[in-house]
Design a protein around this ligand. Structure first.
Ligand SMILES: [Zn+2]
Length: 278
């Protein structure tokens, strides 16, 4: 960590929050003093209750809470087929997220998530744009070494592909994943073993989402779920059910929007899928 950077980050965070009249809400959670100096301690040496990754010190303040509508969130939209109440002229609407159906974190996994700063909106935003923090990579060093991916919906079929543009006003927006069509409620399984880093509903447009961190900083991302079955801090095996196909967020029909990233860069997952059994 470079002290100068984190000090200026903190200062700008405090300024921005004060300016918004929201001071306190985002920074109140971490225990006072626990984060100071913790960033120089290896994850393995931390006390069980010690916060190792304090996101308030490491990410832009606008990521810490609330529903920001600006870049880098660019969920797909199907303007003509969207329900009337979800149609917008540029902004996103929180009520189009659908019902938030995510498990409440408990036990040692919840404690691990607290310690590592997992499970927050800022956790997911960071991993969608940057390489994971070293403490997070350390936490998955022993996970599933097979880089290729298990197809996440056994009964699904590949639809819209990666990076293609659509016609219309959103044509400049690229598609950062693939869409897998399937029936509402179809099981979604982990494409690779790893650590759940996010399972919630606060990424505008994506609905109920699971994000899993894999060995060497890869991530997989499962959006529009009817419900999620895992929570941040849990370790999951390849092929383990983690959610159900749904159409929460901006989705015109039940499908899984699946993304695969290498240290923050979205890449086309299609060539990575292992042959399917069926
Ligand atoms: Zn999609």
């Amino acid at each position: 960590m470079r002290p100068g950077v984190s000090i200026s980050l903190l200062a700008s965070a405090a300024f921005a929050l004060a300016a918004l009249g929201a001071a306190g809400s985002a920074l109140a959670d971490p225990p006072t003093g626990a984060s100071h100096g913790a960033s120089s301690t290896p994850a393995g040496a931390a006390r069980p209750d010690e916060v190792v990754v304090d996101l308030a010190e490491r990410v832009p303040p606008r990521w810490l809470d609330g529903f920001a509508d600006d870049w880098p969130l660019t969920p797909e939209r199907w303007r003509r087929r969207m329900p009337r109440e979800c149609r917008t002229r540029g902004g996103y609407r929180a009520h189009c997220q659908g019902a938030r159906l995510v498990p409440t974190p408990t036990g040692p996994a919840a404690a691990l998530a607290r310690r590592l700063g997992l499970g927050q909106r800022a956790t997911a935003l960071h991993l969608m744009n940057h390489r994971p923090f070293p403490e997070w990579i350390d936490a998955v060093a022993d996970e599933d070494a097979e880089e290729r991916l298990t197809f996440p919906v056994a009964t699904g079929h590949l639809g819209r592909g990666f990076g293609r543009t659509r016609t219309g006003s959103m044509s400049h927006r690229r598609h950062w994943g693939v869409d897998i069509g399937a029936e509402e409620g179809a099981p979604i399984v982990a494409a690779r073993g790893g650590l759940v880093v996010y399972s919630d509903n606060a990424l505008t447009g994506y609905g109920n989402v699971v994000m899993i961190l894999h060995r060497e900083g890869f991530t997989t991302f499962y959006a529009h779920c009817r419900r999620t079955l895992v929570f941040a801090g849990q370790r999951v095996q390849r092929g383990q059910p983690i959610a159900e196909v749904g159409q929460t967020g901006f989705a015109p029909a039940p499908h899984l929007h699946f993304e695969w990233r290498q240290r923050g860069w979205a890449r086309d997952p299609a060539p990575q899928f292992l042959p399917r059994d069926r």
